[in-house]
Design a protein around this ligand. Structure first.
Ligand SMILES: Nc1ncnc2c1ncn2[C@@H]1O[C@H](COP(=O)(O)OP(=O)(O)OP(=O)(O)O)[C@@H](O)[C@H]1O
Length: 487
């Protein structure tokens, strides 16, 4: 496989040393993401682009590599190419035709060439020669310079010819690691998920902070979405997931604070706690999913009262975005279903929340609040590397694991639909199977007919955590299926 990765344009307008630093960071990120997939892969950087090259032509490896390249911040787009050396212009035509001739049948096309080096011909000469040849020898409908169905692209560098087979869009943004880290307050809904995605995409290493308001299902759902975002868009860097037990803080608010100010005071408590967590982790900015006027606590008056409790920078990437646009992004990044399936949790729900809180009133109500409870919550915060958040919790019951399918057992593939599409499960034996993505499982488990179910996912971690969680809740007919090892 061979990919030519093009840099996000905002990188290319930086000064030379900054451009070099950002490109080197992207090279390192791609290397660390691609090496586990293919140990022989070479990631080579020059001023204009990054080449990803390997002898490996396995279809699944190529599909996964494309997935990685399209989800890595800093990549504008990339070409999948076939590389040749060439003798002369006719040889360029022959090599291009070997890839494109049949694919042009019934289509209009044009040829576009980017050339560097000391050749006897210009880019336009090649476009004319190759275009003419393809037009004559293929069953194309003809050449069309504007609005053609197909653009046949190639790059010529000295004696090397790269014929583009496919152009694939990248994520844009800056390579992770080029900016300082942030702590994203994630609650698993559309907003904080999209806000976290946007900070990752902009090159900010995004750690997560979750306030547990009661309900393990909500905690699991939130960890799943954070893990998903990290794994898909930010796995070149290690991040942490911090869980702050906020049940008692909520209890104190419910007993000490007036209904109207509960929402604003809860957010002030969250920001106070997040500020301490961030300080402790050496992080200098917080991120939330708030957008002006979306809910009552998000008026300018209330947001400014919320912000007064901290000197730490609070970033709100969605502040002026419409909900529909936020949901569209969440759909594009494969996270819409997470939010839609996020278990209900019992938070602070005011009947008549104020949209214009008064700072004097808020501060006087907070005087009755026992701040030891907040301090204790911060002390009890649990910091985990994101890779471990899906592990079974201490004290959870052990579930049965199988490397074969018992008669009458039903296998449930709980992987994300994108993963199932990229690598359909091949069992080698006939078995009854269902596809229920992990984020929908807790909701649907209750409705399934009583049978023995075995959960399957790639690493066996998510499936084990879910089966164990169900078992702890008294649902014992779920186990784990692992593919037998090949040795
Ligand atoms: N339990 C929580 N843990 C961590 N952060 C939270 C929590 N609840 C709220 N937040 C943060 O506060 C922001 C505003 O929360 P709020 O519940 O008012 O709005 P929201 O738009 O429903 O949030 P979301 O869609 O992200 O769940 C969230 O986007 C998130 O950043």
């Amino acid at each position: 496989m061979h990919f030519i990765v093009k840099l996000f344009p905002e990188i290319t307008i930086k000064s030379a040393p900054v451009r070099k630093r950002f490109t080197r960071q992207l090279q390192n990120n791609l290397r660390s993401l691609l090496k586990p997939l293919d140990a022989t892969v070479k990631v080579i950087r020059d001023w204009e682009k990054i080449d990803v090259v390997s002898e490996n032509d396995d279809e699944q490896v190529i599909a996964k590599a494309k997935d990685i390249l399209s989800c890595t911040p800093g990549v504008a787009f990339f070409y999948e190419v076939t590389a040749f050396t060439y003798e002369d212009m006719h040889d360029i035509y022959e090599k291009t035709a070997s890839i494109w001739l049949d694919a042009l049948e019934g289509k209009t096309f044009c040829v576009r060439v980017k050339r560097s080096g000391d050749q006897e011909f210009s880019s336009i000469d090649v476009e004319k020669y190759v275009g003419g040849g393809l037009n004559q020898h293929s069953k194309a409908l003809g050449v069309k310079l504007k609005g053609a169905d197909v653009t046949v692209k190639m790059e010529i560098k000295n004696q090397n010819l790269y014929v583009v087979r496919e152009q694939i869009a990248g994520l844009g943004g800056f390579p992770l690691g080029t900016q300082d880290p942030v702590l994203s307050l994630i609650s698993g809904g559309f907003d904080s998920t999209v806000a976290s995605y946007l900070t990752i995409k902009r090159g900010l290493r995004t750690h997560f902070c979750f306030f547990s308001l009661g309900g393990r299902d909500h905690e699991i759902g939130c960890k799943e979405v954070a893990y998903y975002l990290w794994h898909k868009f930010g796995a070149s860097h290690q991040v942490r997931f911090v869980t702050v037990p906020f049940e008692e803080v909520v209890g104190e608010i419910l007993t000490k604070v007036s209904d109207a100010n509960m929402g604003v005071i809860l957010k002030r408590m969250m920001l106070r706690a997040a500020t301490k967590v961030a300080e402790h982790q050496g992080i200098q900015a917080l991120v939330t999913g708030e957008a002006v006027a979306q809910v009552s606590s998000q008026t300018l008056t209330n947001l400014s009262i919320i912000d007064r409790v901290t000197d730490t920078l609070v970033m709100r990437p969605l502040v002026t975005m419409d909900k529909g646009d936020i949901i569209d992004i969440s759909r594009q990044i494969g996270a819409e279903e997470f939010a839609a399936n996020m278990p209900e949790y019992c938070g602070v729900i005011s009947r008549k929340p104020t949209t214009r809180a008064k700072i004097d009133k808020v501060e006087s109500e907070e005087q009755g609040f026992d701040f030891n409870i907040l301090e204790q919550a911060i002390e009890k915060a649990k910091v985990e590397p994101i890779q471990q958040v899906m592990a079974v919790a201490d004290g959870d019951l052990e579930v049965d694991e199988f490397t074969y399918l018992p008669t009458d057992a039903v296998l449930i593939d709980i992987r994300h639909p994108d993963e199932i599409e990229a690598a359909p499960l091949q069992l080698g034996v006939s078995a009854e199977t269902l596809e229920i993505p992990f984020y929908a499982l807790l909701k649907q488990a209750d409705e399934l007919p009583k049978r023995q179910y075995l959960l399957y996912c790639d690493q066996g971690v998510m499936s084990k955590m879910h089966a164990s969680h169900l078992l702890n809740g008294g649902v014992g007919n779920f186990g784990v299926y692992r593919k037998p090892s090949k040795t």
